[in-house]
Design a protein around this ligand. Structure first.
Ligand SMILES: Cc1cc2nc3c(=O)[nH]c(=O)nc-3n(C[C@H](O)[C@H](O)[C@H](O)COP(=O)(O)O)c2cc1C
Length: 185
């Protein structure tokens, strides 16, 4: 039975939910995974894991520093096992040529910065979690959303994640882990 790490960074909780849904899709396919928060404290090592799935979200144009640094430190070990990376952002909720390019660039920047080329990547629309934000973040997000013609009623959260796509990605990862790509150990 492969031992899989799902490591994530989540500022307001949506990436954590996506990580949990991917773990469930893996479990449905008979693959158990350990889901860990990169902010949890102790340094997380890949020793003992046969595959890794890493997730993060975009804030002010960047993935969380801690996950970028972790991937950078572990790029060599990551290159030896089947791996996947998923990224959450609000640009991924829009389907224009411009937003598709920006969403793709977030992932390309992550790969460039960390030196790790995951076997699979996915981008998912995140959520507007007004009720999770502190006063200033809520104000900022309402201003940004108003400018883009998006919801500004901060008494609600808005979930844009395509959960079916998340599950499909989880099943795809399970297949990759069960049948590692040629060349990986
Ligand atoms: C302060 C703040 C800044 C954000 N900046 C961006 C951004 O630059 N580009 C983008 O596409 N999404 C941006 N988002 C949207 C987040 O990526 C989205 O809300 C995601 O679901 C957050 O996931 P998390 O709850 O796991 O942190 C931002 C969200 C917040 C709260």
């Amino acid at each position: 039975m492969p031992n899989v790490l799902i490591l994530y960074a989540s500022t307001h909780g949506q990436t954590a939910k996506v990580a949990a849904r991917i773990a469930k899709a893996l479990a449905d396919d008979g693959v158990t995974a350990e889901v860990l928060d990169v902010h949890a404290g102790a340094e997380i090592s890949l020793a003992g894991y046969d595959a890794a799935i890493v997730g993060a979200s975009i804030h002010a144009g960047h993935h969380q520093r801690e996950i970028v640094d972790w991937a950078k430190r572990n790029a060599t070990d990551l290159s030896l096992i089947p791996t996947a990376f998923f990224s959450l952002s609000l640009t991924a909720a829009e389907d224009t040529d411009e937003t598709l390019l920006v969403t793709r660039k977030y992932v390309d920047d992550f790969i460039d910065e960390t030196g790790w080329s995951p076997s699979r990547t996915a981008t998912f629309a995140g959520a507007l979690q007004y009720r999770e934000y502190d006063f200033l973040t809520r104000l900022l997000m309402r201003l940004v959303m108003r400018r883009g013609g998006h919801p500004t009623d901060s008494s609600h959260d808005y979930d844009y994640t395509d959960w079916d796509a998340v599950e499909r990605f989880g099943h795809d990862c399970a297949g990759m882990i069960a049948r590692p790509p040629v060349g990986s150990s």
